[in-house]
Ligand binder design. Structure first.
Ligand code: CP
Length: 309
């Protein structure tokens, strides 16, 4: 096992609130002073090891490193790596840590990034592990909320869709539970409710107020944030169940008549049918802006983990 002091980002709780605030400050500064950051990672290499498909996370990490003046290498699917020949994750990471200065890794198995850190001499970033966690999506979500609402406390947040398998939901609840006066409205079909361990270990443990419902319209008028999610097809064992549940919620302009004028609608994307296209023109729709912000907060994270001043 390689022993080192370098920080990884495996779970959003690896960062303190102060560290998250600092990342948000840097990301805001990057947006207004892009040129100042354009050579910060000159000579550095980011490896993106994606054992599961991605558009936003992989490409925003690559864009982030390129915008910092660094370089990128990697693979976008397990089938184009030597995993197909039987190579272990531990061996892959040991080898790639000799080719790069920092690794962003996505894997279908929950806990895989923790295993990877044991063999790695460079910082590892969890870019999503199965239905477990997605901490850099959460940083993107927090950054977007702070820019849109001007605060991360005193918010009523509706989370809608697949709360069982949606790793972005799990990480976001974990992060937001550390801020003051947060209330959650958990909107899902019975089969896709938030796992009990998150209710017990995060919500109950921190005395966070929450309501579970399967009706998206009931609490819409109370929400400051509505975080829509798609039903996670790739985590279902039974296709018939997926087909039955996939269109359970479709947010449209008619439903949004009941919502606040300053509601912030987020979605980690990709979207399937859960937000009607007509909503894209609503000024409350922030999900494409959210995807763009992902680049800046990932730039700030790369700088932090590489200890670039
Ligand atoms: N939000 C997100 O993780 O998107 P991708 O799966 O496209 O990376």
């Amino acid at each position: 096992m390689v022993k080192r002091k370098t920080k990884n980002l495996i779970d959003i709780n690896d960062l303190s609130i102060k560290e998250i605030d600092d990342l948000i400050k840097v990301a805001n500064d990057i947006i207004t002073n892009k040129e100042k950051y354009s050579k910060k990672c000159d000579g550095k290499i980011l490896a993106t090891l994606f054992f599961e498909s991605s558009t936003r996370t992989r490409l925003s990490f690559e864009s982030a490193m390129l915008r910092l003046g660094g370089n990128v290498l990697g693979f976008s699917e397990a089938s184009s790596s030597s995993t197909t020949k039987g190579e272990s994750l531990a061996d892959t990471v040991t080898v790639v840590s000799g080719y790069s200065d920092i690794i962003a890794m996505r894997h279908p198995k929950e806990g895989a990034p923790v295993v990877a850190t044991r063999n790695c001499s460079v910082p590892i970033i969890n870019a999503g592990d199965g239905g477990h966690n997605h901490p850099t999506q959460t940083l993107t979500d927090l950054f977007t909320i702070s820019r849109e609402k001007g605060r991360l406390d005193n918010l009523t947040i509706g989370l809608c869709g697949d709360l069982k398998f949606g790793r972005t939901v799990h990480s976001l609840i974990t992060a937001m539970s550390r801020y003051k006066n947060i209330k959650f409205i958990l909107i899902s079909p019975n089969e896709l409710k938030l796992p009990e361990y998150i209710k017990k270990d995060v919500l109950d443990k921190n005395n966070i107020s929450y309501i579970e419902t399967n009706d998206i319209e009931e609490y819409l008028k109370d929400l400051d944030i509505l975080y829509m999610t798609r039903v996670q097809k790739e985590r279902f064992f039974n296709e018939a169940d997926y087909i039955r549940l996939k269109d359970y919620y479709i947010l449209n302009e008619e439903k949004l008549k009941k919502a606040k004028k300053d509601l912030c609608i987020l979605h980690p994307l990709p979207r399937v049918n859960e937000i009607a296209i007509e909503v894209d023109n609503d000024k409350r729709a922030c999900y494409f802006k959210q995807a763009r912000y992902g680049v800046y907060i990932r730039m700030a994270l790369i700088l932090k983990l590489l200890e670039v001043k």
